[in-house]
Structures are given as structure tokens and as C-alpha cells.
Design a protein around this ligand. Structure first.
Ligand code: NAD
Ligand code: ZN
Length: 396
């Protein structure tokens, strides 16, 4: 697919302080998986009455692999709703937070989680005004639906809509084979882009791409990514590189160091070994970083970020650890003119751009494919922070 939407770089900003040249290799790490796709675009689908789905009834309760979970039938779809035959779904740390009840928000119960689904349109509710057709490849993202009429929606802040529905949280998501989603917010996938690679872009990719746009950096400026070895982080370092920034990655362990090195990221700080703030200062010649895209699942990363940002630096809050607070000194926030900005997924256009960049080969998801039944085991490994990149579940 033609690469049409490369983000506008802040070319009118003052020239950045250029740091020593870095090698940005366009190596593609080998993903240890073989995608065996058996479901494809078709003019019609045989829609069963029941399906496989992964559900839980209570926060921290048993996670059940349902073999006969009901499938919403085409005639039951409401106007605006679409039935998607899910083929692959990524597993995001947000799904784990939801099951753990980490946040001051209540999700629906019982819940089918998941919000990085890729698949095909199988049925469209009557009286739905849409260009989508049966067989179109589409993505289910966190923002399942929004009103599109309020001030937030009109300004492109769709995720902040008071009417927003969230996949795998307030409505059932992609940890199932046949998911109900919404025509207005399904994302069309680029032609020929593999569905297993598309899935993690639908949350992890769009979120970090939007966070980087929000940081509004200039070419050559330094962006730190705490949590760089995880699902969001491994994509953040690649989008940042594609956008012309210099990346310093923070995470733990040799496997994550090696993963990030495979993207050409040479500056890796292991947060479990020594002083993170000092290490960033050293790598930036004592000046500090222009931005930190905090995608870490641990709260400590926020405190460190405020200490290693240079004046006018931006802390972009993305990771949402339980009970996490950003403790910023008012004095230093003012005197250093720091920007502290929350960034919450992205809008429909951000999702399309993030996918186009990936489909153009500028960003590659590193993932392993596992069976949908493995979700409980994926959650365990995610909690232990032993996953590199993303796990994609096969929903076929
Ligand atoms: P992940 O588990 O795949 O990755 C998290 C990474 O953070 C791991 O590699 C872990 O080793 C690392 N980490 C933990 N503590 C750290 C620290 N102190 N310093 C540096 N690294 C540290 O998780 P993910 O799916 O990438 O999600 C990350 C976070 O982003 C979660 O809290 C998730 O809910 C949140 N999230 C936010 C948005 C949004 O719109 N703002 C969207 C998606 C996910
Ligand atoms: Zn997510």
C-alpha cells in the first residue's frame, strides 16, 4: 500500500541540539511464529449460533474458555452495529488491568475482553449508514463507538466522548470469534496487510503513534521510552525512529535489550540496574531528554521521567499503573516549563495513519501467535513482565 500519511514533522521549530549520530538500522526482527490463516475475505459467512470466547464473571475471578458462547445473529444487530469474524487479537496490558480491577472504572461483567482485533465484516445491522461491505478487513480498537456529535468528537478527541464505548471493557471485545462492533469506529485495514501484524497496531501502535504526535518534537530530538520492551514500547521506539527522533529505551533484561537493538536502538537502560536518571543525563550530554513517552506498567517510571527531562521537555503519560500518581514539583514544573500531558489511545484518523506507516514497512510488530485458550497464561507472563513485544491470539 502506498505510504501517504507520514506525520508532519515540526519543521518550523528552532533547530534541535544535535546529538552524536546514531545508527538507525531498518532490521526486521524475526518473529518466532507461523501464521496459519484459514479464514479469509468472503462475500458471505456461515454464522454459527455459538462460538469460542474467553470470559470472566468477576474481577480477579476465574477466566473461562467458553466453547458455546452465543453469537449475535445478523437480525439481532442494531443500526450501526457490525458483526466481525475475528481472526487475530493482540493482548494488551489494559486487558490485564481490567481483569485485575486496577482502575477506578467499572467494566461490564461478565466480560469478553480484548481490543486489538483484526478480522472481516460478517454482517451489518439494518439501516446502518456505512461504506463497509461484507468481507472487508477491519480492526477493532479500544474505542468501539462514540457519538461523533459532541465537542470532543468534533475536535477529534473521540476517546474523550462522554458516550464512548470501549471494546473489552464496557462492551464485549475481541477475545472471541464473532464480535459485535460499530461501523463508525471500525478501522479499515490497508490492502494486503497481514491480519496478525495489524492486530497490535490497533491499540499499541495507534496509542504510541498518537503520544509521539502529542509530544510535538523536532527531527533529531531525544525521546525516552520507559517500558520499551513491551507491547506499546517496542512499537513506540520504531515510530519514534521513523519520525526522525533519537531514542533512548528503558526496560529490563537482556532479551529486551536484544529486541530493541534489533530495531537499531543502541541506547538501552536497564531500570533494575542502577540510576536511570543519571544514565539518561549521561547519554544526553547532561542536557536531558526532549520527551519521555511513559508506557511502563510500573509507576516509578513517571518520577524518573520528570527528573531527566530538559527544560520545555514533555512527559507524555500513557502507561496506567494501578494507584499511580505523577508527583511533580510546582516550582520545577514552572521553572523548567515542563509539559505533562495525558495521551489516551487515538482517534479514527490516528488509527489509519498508524496502520499505513506499519503497512509501508516502517514499523514491524514483534509477536508470537498463541491459541485463544492461552489467555490466562499470557496474563501470567505479562504480570511477570517476561513478554517481549506482543502476544497475538489466534481466534480461528
Ligand atoms: P506490557 O506489559 O507489554 O509492557 C510494559 C513494559 O513496561 C514491560 O516490558 C515492563 O518490563 C516495563 N516496565 C515495568 N516497569 C517499568 C519501569 N519502572 N521502567 C521501565 N519499564 C518498566 O504492557 P503494554 O501492553 O505495553 O501496556 C503498557 C501500559 O500502557 C499499561 O499500563 C496499559 O494499560 C497502558 N496503555 C495505555 C493506553 C493509553 O491510551 N494511554 C493504551 C494502551 C495501553
Ligand atoms: Zn490496549
Amino acid at each position: 500500500m502506498k505510504f501517504t500519511s507520514f506525520p508532519r514533522l515540526a519543521s518550523l521549530r528552532p533547530p534541535p541540539i544535535l546529538l552524536p549520530a546514531r545508527r538507525f538500522l531498518a532490521l526486521r526482527p524475526a518473529s518466532p511464529h507461523v501464521a496459519r490463516q484459514t479464514i479469509f475475505s468472503a462475500p458471505s459467512y456461515d454464522i454459527p449460533l455459538t462460538q469460542k470466547a474467553v470470559t470472566f464473571d468477576a474481577i480477579r475471578g476465574p477466566i473461562t474458555i467458553q466453547k458455546a458462547w452465543p453469537v449475535t445473529q445478523p437480525e439481532e444487530l442494531l443500526p450501526g452495529q457490525v458483526l466481525v469474524r475475528v481472526v487475530y487479537t493482540g493482548v494488551c496490558h489494559t486487558d490485564l488491568h481490567a481483569w485485575l480491577g486496577d482502575w477506578p472504572l467499572k467494566n461490564k461483567l461478565p466480560l469478553v475482553g480484548g481490543h486489538e482485533g483484526s478480522g472481516y465484516v460478517a454482517a451489518i445491522g439494518k439501516q446502518t449508514n456505512t461504506d463497509l461491505k461484507i468481507g472487508d478487513a477491519v480492526g477493532i480498537k479500544w474505542l468501539a463507538d462514540s457519538c461523533l456529535h459532541c465537542e470532543e468528537c468534533r475536535k477529534g478527541y473521540e476517546s474523550s466522548c462522554a458516550e464512548a464505548k470501549n471494546s473489552g471493557f464496557s462492551v464485549d471485545g475481541s477475545f472471541q470469534q464473532w464480535a459485535v462492533s460499530y461501523a463508525n469506529h471500525l478501522t479499515p485495514l490497508p490492502d494486503g496487510f497481514p491480519l496478525e501484524e495489524a492486530a497490535p497496531i490497533l491499540c499499541a501502535g495507534v496509542t504510541v503513534y498518537k503520544a509521539l504526535k502529542t509530544a510535538a518534537l523536532a527531527t533529531g530530538e531525544v525521546v525516552v521510552v520507559p517500558g520499551a520492551g513491551g507491547g506499546l514500547g517496542h512499537l513506540a521506539v520504531q515510530y519514534a525512529t521513523a519520525m526522525g527522533y533519537r531514542v533512548i529505551a528503558i526496560d529490563s533484561g537482556e532479551d529486551k535489550r536484544a529486541l530493541l537493538a534489533s530495531y537499531g536502538v543502541e541506547d538501552f537502560i536497564d531500570y533494575t540496574q542502577g540510576d536511570v536518571v543519571k544514565a539518561v543525563q549521561e547519554l544526553t550530554g547532561g542536557h536531558g531528554a526532549h520527551a519521555s513517552i511513559v508506557v511502563a506498567s510500573g509507576a516509578q517510571a513517571y518520577e524518573q521521567a520528570l527528573q531527566y527531562l530538559r527544560p520545555h521537555g514533555a512527559l507524555i503519560a500513557v502507561g496506567m499503573p494501578p494507584d499511580g500518581d505523577i508527583k511533580a514539583s510546582v516550582f520545577w514544573t514552572v521553572v523548567k516549563s515542563h509539559r505533562i500531558i495525558g495521551s489516551y489511545v487515538g482517534n479514527r484518523q490516528d488509527a489509519i495513519e498508524a496502520l499505513e506507516i506499519a503497512a509501508a514497512g516502517k514499523v514491524h510488530t514483534t509477536f508470537t501467535i498463541e491459541d485463544l485458550d492461552n489467555l490466562p497464561s499470557v496474563f501470567e507472563r505479562m504480570r511477570a513482565a517476561t513478554l517481549n513485544g506482543r502476544v497475538v491470539l489466534d481466534c480461528q
